[in-house]
Design a protein around this ligand. Sequence first.
Ligand code: IVH
Length: 701
Amino acid sequence: MTLLERTRSLQEATEGLDVKRLSERDAREWVSRLTTVLSEHADRYYALDDPLISDAEYDALIDILKQFEKTFPSLRKEDSPTRRVGAPPLDAFRKVAHPEPMLSLGNAFSTGDLTAWYERCRRRLEVGDDDLEMVAEPKIDGLAVALTYEDGILVRGATRGDGRTGEDITANVRTIKSVPLELSGEQVPQRVEVRGEVYFSRAAFDWLNERLRKEGGKPFANPRNAAAGSLRLLDSRITAGRPLSFFAYAMGPSSRVPATTHSGLLESLRSWGFEVNDHVALFPSMDAVPSYCEGLSDRRDELDYEIDGVVLKVNRLDLQAELGNVSNAPRWAIAYKFAARETTTLLEDIIVNVGRTGQMTPEAVLKPVAIGGVTVSQATLHNFDYIRERDIRPGDTVTVRRAGDVIPQVMGPVVAARTGKEDPWTPPTTCPECGTPLERLDGEVDWYCVSADCPQQFVRLLEHFASRSALDIEGLGAKLAVQLAEAGLVRHLDDVFRLAAEDLLGLDGFAERKAEKLIQAIQAARECSLSRLLFGLGIRHVGKTTAEVLVSSFDSMDALGQATTADLEQVDGVGHVIAQSVHDWFQREDNQRLLRALKDVGVNMRRLEGEQPVLVADAGSNDALHGRTVVVTGTLPTLSRQEAESLVKRFGGRTASSVSRKTSFVVVGENAGSKASKAAELGIPMISEQDLLDMITNRAE
Ligand code: IVH
């Protein structure tokens, strides 16, 4: 069995296992299996920088092994993976013995764990109820290094290695811009060791992976691996081309200690020219620490680098010394770990969905897996290019990420986990629903089915037509749309109004009452406003607001149908693209037939009294978005992209077509593609259509 297979079977077998109820003989068997598998993973992670499973999966297995060792202390071995801090140094680098070991940190997974740790510190120090000052710092997801300075000059850089012996990476750390080659300021000790984290910013990581992909190289799974891989290159000229960064967070052995507190040490480090993280905070007691942790966890996507938790440290150095260490971690510090947001799982299949505009969206069918407390079995693959560029194949083990409220995404394959049986994925060239050859517009990444008779497009259109923002036919959702279309009961939108209760009774899940209710909802929809009907027709680029704007200038469907593109462009907020799209729609024979049919079944085709667009009325000179650069991506619930963009402009903002560091925020809708992932990588806030509307209307009041 491969390592991954053995790991998966261990994960399954140990789920819900009650360690305390096992016999020692059985326990020995488990410990041996866990030890072998975990040691192999640790080697891949620490020594090869090429992990097969996510950190969270590794931690979960380590946790089980710890439970065994706690229950059966005799089974605990000196070289157990639970005691391991890192990997023995690679032979290629010169070895460096650390004058003081580089320790690891104990973990806390809840604020309750933090409070318990704080109480333990107080008890050990016998300070009674007195408060202990704490420093809280983001836990940077990079690689620990120790930098030695003599007479202010950088003489050595070393990795942590196994905590006692590291690798000499002096030539490589010299290439990092935020590592000072010479310390500035006064009071620099004759000899000092500075410890901190080497990391990749999201933007730099992105840039590097893009370059590696273009050059046919293998991209890194995450910024941590990229940092580790880049620091341990034997040719420092290559490291120099990799924009690494460094945050200083501690001092190792020094000829003189320039402060009596940890916060004082950080000040000294800053004054000597190091970058110290801006989010470091000093707390007089534990009271405000949980909300600091929560705040940082909520805002982690806004940072330009990955963090995986908060490190809490006792501030006074004398108290740190008094507390001392346990085997491989200090008692005076602890890591509060955020919920994991990334894991690996099997990509069982890639399916392609057809939207109401004919847009193709590939979707990953995943072996269900828990991420941050939610079971994920589907994830977006954005578009065909995304899959090709990352070489994602059905049957691959893939990294899946779920951040905030954004739909889960497949980040890429774990290439090392391949068996050789995975074939590259071939995107369809024809619509999977109707067989029409797919087309792609110049400059767009998406492919479309352009058929007017595509059954799947019709199902999605029907769903849209009945949706809350359109005709609001309660009970007619995605599932019923499929049933109605498949049963041949609804072939055109107007057929909805010819449905009778008896027709519905033949469908799965319909009893008399439910059928009656639906028919009533359909009857009521005949009186729907003109703008809702217009929106419900699913005309490309016509979202809810454009529909409202158009209806404020044209009082009937007939008037709209007779308008020229020039007439339409007269309307405030309607540009050439929208005007053209509306005009084209009304010119089509099948659409004219549809409108006649809707009229025949009694659907309202005129502007109702009091039907007034809300947003446009109070736009005025409101500048709620002044100075903001906004990118809109994905299918928004009610606005078309053009509408959202014209709203942004009307409220003083600017729009851009691609996400960069200058983007203020990204408005994301369904099936958001690479722009959303780019935003996530750059830490740019992502908001919903409703958030955007709130921003505008709140300011307007
Ligand atoms: S202090 C003895 N502070 O987390 C305490 N570590 O799991 C040594 N890390 O090896 C570490 N950010 O690589 C400290 N602000 C921070 C940190 C930090 C990231 C890493 C570091 C360490 C690991 C422990």
